[in-house]
Design a protein around this ligand. Structure first.
Ligand code: ZN
Length: 431
């Protein structure tokens, strides 16, 4: 008599932290792992970012049979596991930074935009953790998954769905085994550019037995998210954010206006560029990233003494002097050299680095602008669903079992449609 196989879900990391989920789904001799990020905790001041240091500090999961034996010293058990694959939902570091730690023979899947952008982002070798025996700028192969087309991994299939988050090309996942269907949201929101894609993904997830959802929005119960309160200003969604960029340009016809955004939020930048009445000029490094990853040619400038990129078209170059002297033609990306901006100008900080108060560079950055008498306008929009949106997401799926992860307070997330599981780190769940 043979025992019938059963699906197991093991939660290796990213349960009570914002970021770093590492979850394994296994059935018989097949298993898959998602995601491959590192929890962001700069306050630990770790001496290095080596494999063992990260495992010891719980910044990555201690996942057997997936990591490169060159790092772990432990060979993969190919007899136990005949089929293996991994997936990353999007290119944020808390979901992707450890992807080079994956054993080279295990295929790694991601949405097509994520697969294209990660090597471009890592080109300057400060993005991903380095692969064993490779240059720091090396990015291991990523297979660009076709949306909505099941990928077979032995007895398991993984289907990648386009979704919406403040990372370009973010996706969600549906995993099916012979006895269980599991939906994993990755990072998700309904107030981005593509709520329609999110709803389509969640509709497909409706047939699933289990919904594993990020629940970042439940992390700060003490904060009020009342949109009608006086404290709530700023855009409610990405469309409003673009509109505010345009309005600021209209309201300030004769004022130097500069801005910055986060590199991985490509879509926000593209929308600003297409909607702006002024000509948008990017710092050359950002223009190069967009050329490399999505083959877009955009106007750019170099700071004095910077190395030139061969792939940027000379006819699109704007002289830095021209930008420094301008007060009406350009909206340009300022990244350094703020002491040379015009006094009385306007700078728009749109979830750019330094990101906020938790970064020691943030206050000095603001002081530098203040000293120059430059007004700072914050235009932020979150990549994550808030509590209300998360309830909507759960309503759309109506999951028989809900497993909230990627939040400081998983216990606050309720499931009106059935069971809820709050796994502990390294716990295996069987349904
Ligand atoms: Zn993210």
């Amino acid at each position: 008599m043979t025992l019938k196989a059963k699906t197991t879900i093991t939660f290796y990391n990213g349960l009570n932290t914002i970021g770093g989920p590492m979850i394994e789904v296994a059935y018989n001799k097949s298993h898959v792992l998602f995601d491959l990020g590192e929890v962001y905790r700069p306050e630990l001041n770790l001496p290095d970012e080596k494999y063992q240091t990260l495992v010891n500090n719980q910044l990555i999961g201690d996942v057997p049979n997936f990591y490169d034996p060159e790092l772990t010293g432990k060979p993969l058990d190919h007899e136990r596991w005949e089929h293996a694959a991994a997936y990353i939902s999007h290119l944020h570091l808390d979901h992707s930074k450890a992807m080079n730690f994956l054993a080279p023979e295990i295929p790694l899947y991601a949405g097509p935009l994520t697969a294209k952008m990660l090597p471009a982002l890592n080109e300057k070798w400060d993005f991903l953790l380095p692969a064993a025996k490779h240059e720091p700028s090396y990015t291991r192969p990523i297979i660009a998954a076709e949306y909505q087309k099941p990928i077979a991994v032995g007895d398991i299939t993984m289907t990648v769905w386009p979704s919406d988050h403040d990372a370009y090309g973010a996706t969600g996942l549906i995993v099916k085994t012979p006895d269980l269907a599991i939906a994993y949201t990755g990072d998700i929101r309904l107030h981005g550019y593509h709520p329609d894609w999110v709803k389509e993904f969640l509709t497909a997830a409706k047939d699933c037995d289990v919904l594993i959802t990020e629940a970042t929005g439940f992390s700060w119960p003490e904060e009020k998210h009342d949109e009608n309160s006086a404290e709530f200003t700023g855009p409610k969604n990405e469309d409003e954010l673009t509109a505010e960029f345009v309005q600021l340009q209209k309201d300030n016809p004769n004022r130097q206006i500069t801005f910055n955004t986060y590199p991985t939020n490509v879509e926000r930048l593209l929308r600003i560029i297409s909607a702006s009445p002024r000509k948008v000029v990017l710092h050359a490094a950002r223009a190069h990233l967009l050329k490399e990853s999505i083959n877009q040619d955009l106007p750019y400038y170099y700071l004095p003494g910077e190395q030139k990129f061969v792939d940027l078209k000379p006819e699109l170059a704007v002289q830095y002097e021209e930008l420094l002297n301008d007060d009406h033609e350009f909206l340009w990306q300022a990244v350094a050299d703020f002491e040379h901006l015009q006094k009385g100008g306007l700078y728009i900080h749109s979830n750019a680095e330094p990101l906020g108060d938790f970064d020691p560079a943030y206050q000095p950055f603001l002081q530098k602008l203040e000293k120059q008498n430059i007004a700072v306008q914050m235009l932020r929009c979150s990549g994550h669903a808030d509590e209300k949106e998360l309830r909507q997401i759960i309503d759309l799926v109506q999951p028989p079992t809900l497993i909230p992860v990627h939040t400081l307070h998983p216990e606050l997330v309720e499931n009106p449609y059935g069971n809820r599981i709050l796994p502990k780190r390294n716990q295996t769940v069987t349904l």
